[in-house]
Design a protein around this ligand. Sequence first.
Ligand code: PGA
Length: 255
Amino acid sequence: MQIILCDSAEQVGARAADLVEARLRQGPAVLGLATGGSPASTYEELIRRHREESLSFSQVTAFTLDEYAGLPANHEQSYHSTIRREFVDHVDLPLEQLLTPRGDAADLVTEADRYDAAIVAAGGIDIQILGIGANGHIGFNEPTSSLASRTRVKTLAGATRADNARFFPEGEVPRLCLTQGLGTIRDAKRAVLVALGENKANAVRAMVEGPLSAHCPASVLQLHQHAVIILDPAAASQLSLLDYYREAQELNDQL
Ligand code: PGA
């Protein structure tokens, strides 16, 4: 894992945006997009570069990580709507190149298989942007998810439903979702995980320094050849090898 320690959320966004931009400058790309608060500064910076530095997303195909079961794409709280509102509608990524699991599919099991196959058919994801849940989930792969899992239907953990309850009328937080699996995420050519804030610090430590374990689904990134973890000071605060990460980062930045 490559650990990048930053001073602020803005710097986290800039470092993640650098990785995305470097890939886009090489030609057509497949991006994996996360929703949620964590990648907000990354999307803000990519939008700024689009507006001010003509960074183009016209050759990008994008796959989102997950979707609530039961919500149609045009529901205000669907992740399809969310990623449009927070990113896609502000850049030149053609809407037909934005692919999300269909939460309102009649047969969710078949839809999950279709989505996983669509990622493979697109040539796989070049850069997968990720956040991490306070319980260590990535996508909606809750603790005890198989480290080899593919896109599938999952039951949301109580902690995740509580985190997301503010977006729904009381009692209406979905209980099921479709999510790329940990094996699907591991297949991405590069994984870029951004984490901000103290409430992620324990999950970040378990991911980076803990055992490889389905109990912390994000620890699957220990098996990834090109995983980059970008942290603000609070999210990094529980790591025990900070001096080593700092030294490695200094040397890496000189390469
Ligand atoms: P957040 O969520 O980015 O909104 O904190 C991350 C996650 O739960 O995966």
